[in-house]
Design a binder for this molecule. Structure first.
Ligand code: NAI
Length: 286
């Protein structure tokens, strides 16, 4: 049978999550997605109304089928963690079972198991603030949504992952080099995510024969990136300075993810793989 993938962090057709879903679908995988609760309504409506049909097109001409969309808020592990104001929020009250533990249970009930887990989500409420001006609350929120969310997803999905399976997350070079503008503790969150990739690769490798890798992606004008405010500048900077002078396509990250979760990458785990036109290798701006 084909492989089954759960991709957390798809809410439109612009981001890396969507591109990864497409690359996996093109390779024959069954696609389940986890969509942030506040974005669920518009995503499902747009899907239903055919707004994404053009971008659902796979290389063979067929349309990517998303077998099921699960509401998800990856900053909550189980219902006990959800504060009253969120519970009562109109956008949340309309959905149910969206904490990480519940989503894993729902996927288990619906499909039994998965082979591939993708984490393509991040959030830092103070991302536009320099680290020096970031509050404790903002910093911890960035870590919670962007780093611990992966620990939690793997913790809860590992028991239903088939041995030989693999996970992927998305990181950014601000984890290891100072990138002014990527603030609010998001740089710290990406450092944590990369370090956790190594530790979780060991633990999930030993416990469930699961591989854990992360892709350090170059800049893409996604919805999340536009919220940071300097994405156009980063894309231009990359174009001017990277070894490969071309636009970075989300599909190039999607294809790398498909490779990394496939048997072709069966000995790769704990790695940070750069998909950035080579920008990370440069030591001097041109
Ligand atoms: P995106 O906007 O397509 O994806 C981010 C997703 O996270 C959105 O769908 C959003 O609804 C979801 N999300 C936010 N908080 C959530 C929560 N608490 N629970 C569940 N979902 C939540 O944007 P993009 O840029 O494709 O981001 C995907 C990943 O790629 C992120 O980890 C990001 O940091 C990473 N990345 C992006 C780069 C870029 O230039 N766009 C560069 C390098 C890494």
């Amino acid at each position: 049978r084909g492989k089954r993938a759960f991709i957390a962090g798809v809410a439109d057709d612009n981001g890396y999550g969507w591109a990864i879903a497409k690359a996996l679908a093109a390779a024959g995988a069954e696609i389940l997605v986890g969509t942030w609760v506040p974005a669920l309504n518009i995503f499902e409506t747009s899907l239903r109304r055919g707004k994404f049909d053009e971008s659902r097109k796979l290389p063979d001409g067929s349309l990517m089928e998303i077998v099921k969309v699960y509401p998800l808020d990856a900053v909550y592990d189980s219902p006990e963690d959800v504060p009253e104001d969120v519970k009562g929020n109109k956008r949340y009250a309309g959905s149910s079972n969206w904490t990480v533990k519940e989503v894993a249970e729902s996927v288990k009930n619906d499909f039994g198991s998965i082979d591939i887990l993708v984490h393509s989500l991040a959030n830092g409420p103070e991302v536009t603030k320099p680290l020096l001006e970031t509050s404790r609350r903002g910093y911890l929120a960035a870590i919670s949504a962007s780093s611990y969310s992966f620990v939690s997803l793997l913790q809860h999905f590992l028991p239903i992952m088939n041995p030989g399976g693999a996970t992927i997350s998305l990181t950014y070079i601000a984890s290891e080099r100072a990138i002014p503008g990527y603030g609010g503790g998001m740089s710290s969150a990406k450092s944590a995510l990369e370090s956790d990739t190594r530790v979780l690769a060991f633990e999930a490798g030993r416990k469930g024969k699961i591989r854990v890798n992360t892709i350090s992606a170059g800049p893409l004008g996604s919805r999340a990136a536009k919220a940071i405010g300097f994405i156009e500048k980063m894309i231009e900077y990359s174009y001017v300075n990277a070894p490969l002078q071309k636009e970075l396509l989300a599909d190039e990250v999607g294809n790398t993810a498909a490779f990394l979760v496939s048997p072709l990458a069966s000995a790769i785990t704990g790695s940070t793989v750069y998909v950035d036109n080579g920008l990370n290798t440069m030591g001097l701006a041109v």
